[in-house]
Design a protein around this ligand. Structure first.
Ligand SMILES: [Zn+2]
Length: 320
């Protein structure tokens, strides 16, 4: 019954950290037998009708090395793309191919450029391997910029600003989810293309450093960027005791600011140890869809669950 209620709502999710878990725990695989240890599995993606899942390369601040980045990309190829239900998304046409063949599109992103050590040739090689979205930082400072928890709250470095330009030249999407507010506005002033916050909520509802202030949300809406609502319980509700209804409030807030066409989803599954109640993995997302259907028209729900993300990607990804 649940399936039929939500069958018209395929899901696009712009952030998960399963590659990080595979990097940390060599014994794990991207398969349904690992579902007690990993959130994002092929079976759960299928159950949620996932048409797009972004896989982030995240390297711990304690182990930043170029080798760890390459190892993570290798895991993406060996574990994720080797699955016949997954299809690498490099171009707009790849999305249509995946949808047509009933596959889940797999987009590769980089969460924090620490491991590149300012090496732009590495960025270009990663682009050739399919990298299509980059966040400059995780929570701390690196050679490119300051992350949201860095005490000095600085913006981009000179090298970081050049790196932003190189991403734009290549056609790599910029992701500001972990950037300081200073960095956000410096990046906004610099770029010509719309950028995204792949996994952040509204600060006015939950005052966490990882969330976006209303003027940031409005700026993303104005440039037709994207805001991926995330299920990290502490970004949903201050005490971390969050429900699906609390997630819905963030969606309603961004929509009320005019962002119904800019909202998308950015779960952060496999990057979290605590969960929003009843929202523990991709196969639970239809429950959020049901909650959305109680307050939004169907077209708005279709946009938020995948339409907005897919429209953005088709505009931003290279054509060939
Ligand atoms: Zn993150």
């Amino acid at each position: 019954m649940r399936e039929s209620a939500t069958s018209g709502y395929p899901i696009a999710d712009f952030h998960c950290d399963v590659l990080w878990k595979l990097l940390k725990h060599e014994e794990l695989s991207f398969d349904d037998r690992s579902e007690s240890q990993i959130d994002v599995t092929p079976g759960r993606l299928h159950a949620s009708q996932a048409i797009l899942q972004t896989f982030a390369v995240f390297i711990s601040p304690r182990m930043t090395s170029q080798a760890a980045v390459w190892k993570s990309v290798d895991l993406f190829y060996e574990h994720v793309l080797s699955n016949p239900k997954m299809h690498l998304i490099r171009t707009a046409a790849d999305i249509d191919y995946a949808v047509h063949h009933g596959q889940t599109g797999a987009l590769l992103s980089l969460e924090g450029v620490d491991g590149l050590y300012g090496d732009f040739s590495m960025l270009r090689l990663l682009y050739h391997l399919g990298l299509r979205a980059v966040g400059l930082t995780w929570n701390h400072a690196n050679w490119a910029a300051d992350g949201v928890l860095e005490p000095r709250q600085g913006g981009l470095t000179a090298r970081g600003a050049q790196f932003v330009d190189e991403c734009e030249r290549l056609g790599i999407i910029l992701d500001v989810s972990h950037l300081t507010e200073q960095g956000f506005w410096e990046l906004a002033d610099r770029v010509k293309r719309p950028f995204i916050a792949s996994h952040s909520n509204a600060k006015s509802l939950c005052p966490h450093a990882r969330n976006l202030a209303d003027d940031q949300i409005k700026a993303l809406i104005a440039i037709d960027g994207r805001i991926g609502i995330t299920y990290v319980p502490y970004f949903v509700k201050e005490d971390g005791n969050a429900t699906i209804t609390d997630v819905l409030r963030h969606i309603e807030h961004v929509a009320a600011l005019g962002g119904a066409k800019q909202l998308m989803l950015g779960s952060d599954f496999d990057g979290i140890e605590q969960y929003v109640q009843s929202l523990r993995h991709p196969a639970d997302v239809p429950k959020l869809v049901e909650a959305m259907l109680r307050v939004f028209p169907e077209q708005v729900v279709t946009d938020i669950t995948s339409g907005n993300a897919i429209r953005y990607l088709k505009e931003q990804l290279p054509t060939a």
